[in-house]
Write a protein that binds this ligand. Structure first.
Ligand code: XMP
Length: 321
């Protein structure tokens, strides 16, 4: 079925919210719905819509997959607590790392995360909660890119002809599927979410595992997490579309404490882009690059090399994995 797009120019956020709230209420009826919040703009908007429509009959979980940025579970759940929405954190770190063990191929990593999320963690929560409905923040771009085979998104089963009820035991509601990111940001704003949410930089579903080349072990995730904190601090004021730190698999020789050290390499990427379809590296001031490199080798254990990507998308992609 063709999805009818609502362009940001023609969107009336308040009307959209009223309409979707009604739609969710009538679909779920007196039943229970469940959703997973990651803190991104899409899942945050869906959580607020579901909360308006269902109140306590929506159960929202934050799945801590161990691949999030520093302090993310606490930061996001306390924000929603302030907005009156209770969110339960599920510690599923071991399950995800077990699923990722030994996997180096990027698509296999995504698949392992998808299966761990839906079958092992979320599917079980849904069964226990007896909810029949899952609210999900799929947007039109996710559908397009998955159908086109550009990307394996983790949230578009129905569009791919997979019946989630048969595969996973529940029905998916996707209230944002007619919108693109700019529209979702307007809706998120109208829902009363703070600027830090509605203007939030994109972050991939596979989280920091997309920023580790090769196997995503807890140790490597921790290294890239530390480099991410520094990168996000140093580039916050640049106004770029997206920026990230990537941990490479290859080691290089460096010198530390007067001794040769076969150490780790971090690659920084910082992108100017409108819609993520095309992107070019931001022309960062050299002083900014210099500070980044100094801080990363000093503050992230084992790193002896920091590089900056200067390739456009295409042929590069924005993420390295
Ligand atoms: P690429 O790397 O494809 O990224 O040029 C384009 C935009 O999409 C984000 N991205 C993802 N988001 N699941 C997501 O939810 C994914 O598997 C995924 N891969 C990339 C990326 O961060 C960028 O904003």
């Amino acid at each position: 079925m063709k999805i009818k797009e609502i362009k940001a120019e023609e969107l009336n956020p308040q009307e959209f919210i009223t309409e979707k709230t009604k739609e969710i209420s009538s679909l779920v009826g007196k039943g229970l719905a469940i959703n997973a919040l990651s803190g991104g703009v899409d899942s945050s908007a869906v959580t607020m819509l579901g909360h308006h429509a269902l109140g306590k009959r929506l159960k929202t979980y934050f799945i801590n997959n161990g691949l999030m940025r520093q302090d993310e579970p606490q930061k996001i759940t306390s924000l929603f607590k302030k907005l009156g929405v209770p969110v339960e954190i599920i510690d599923a770190q071991n399950k995800f790392f077990k699923a990722l063990k030994g996997i180096t191929d990027p698509e296999e990593k995504r698949e392992a995360i998808t299966q761990a999320f839906y079958k092992d963690v979320f599917g079980k929560l849904v069964k226990e909660s007896k909810a029949k409905y899952l609210l999900q923040g799929t947007i039109l771009t996710d559908v397009d890119e998955t159908v086109a085979g550009i990307k394996r998104q983790h949230n578009v089963f129905e569009q791919l002809g997979i019946d989630p009820k048969k595969a996973f035991g529940y029905k998916i509601i996707e209230p944002l599927v007619q919108l693109r990111k700019d529209g979702v940001r307007e809706v998120a704003r109208a829902l009363g979410l703070p600027e830090s949410t509605y203007k939030r930089m994109p972050f991939p579903g596979p989280a920091l595992s997309a920023r580790v080349i090769g196997e995503a072990t807890p140790e490597k995730i921790e290294i890239v997490r530390l480099a991410t904190v520094i990168t996000e601090e140093e580039l916050a004021s640049i106004n770029a579309f997206q920026y990230m730190a990537i941990l490479h698999q290859d080691r290089v020789t460096g010198i530390r404490d007067g001794k040769r050290d076969f150490g780790l390499q971090i690659e920084i990427r910082c992108w100017d882009s409108i819609d993520a379809r095309n992107a070019r590296p931001t022309r960062l001031p050299y002083e900014v690059l210099d500070r980044l490199a100094h801080r990363i080798v000093k503050e992230v254990p084992g790193v002896v090399s920091v590089t900056y990507n200067i390739t456009c998308k295409p042929p590069s992609t924005m993420e390295a994995v």
